[in-house]
Unconditional design. Sequence first.
Length: 173
Amino acid sequence: MIKTILIIVIVISLLMLVGCFMLGNMSKNEKPPGLLSGRLSPCPDSPNCVVSEIIEDDSHYVAPVHYPEALSKDSLDLVKLVIQEIGGKITIEEEAYIAASFTSTFFGFVDDLECRNDMANHTIHLRSASRVGHSDFGANRERVELISTLFHQRINKAAPTILPPSTNPTGQP
C-alpha cells in the first residue's frame, strides 16, 4: 500500500514537473501585447500582471515612474539600463515604448515588461505580466517596484550633473 502511494506521488510530481517545463517552453513563443490606442494593455483577470495606466483596477495597479522634466529625452534610456541591469532583454524599442522579457532560471517562464514614456506628464507607465499560468507569486509587482527604485536611485545619484539646480530632487548642488 505504501509503495503504491509512493509511486503515485512520484508520478504526479513528475507530471507536474513536465507540465511546468512545457508551460515555460510555450511562454517563449508569445509576444507582449503592445500598445492599444497609445496606452499599455489592461491586465487579464489573473493575478500575474500589473499595470500603471489602469487606476480603477486596484489588484493590478502599480504606480508609474515619475521623472524630472530635464530627463524627458533620456528617461527610457535610463529605464533600459535598469532593465538590463536586473537581467531583462530588450525585445522592442520605439521612440516612446520599449518591451523587454525576463526568463525564469529553472522552468524558463517568460514575463513581459512594457514601458511607455508619457513625456507630457514626465511619467513612464509600466506593465509587467506573465505570458502563461495564473499566479506569479508577486514576481511582476516586485519587478516593477525594483525598476522604479533603481531608476530613482540613478536619478538621485546623477542629479548634480544632469539636472539644473531647480529640478534637482536631492536639493544638493
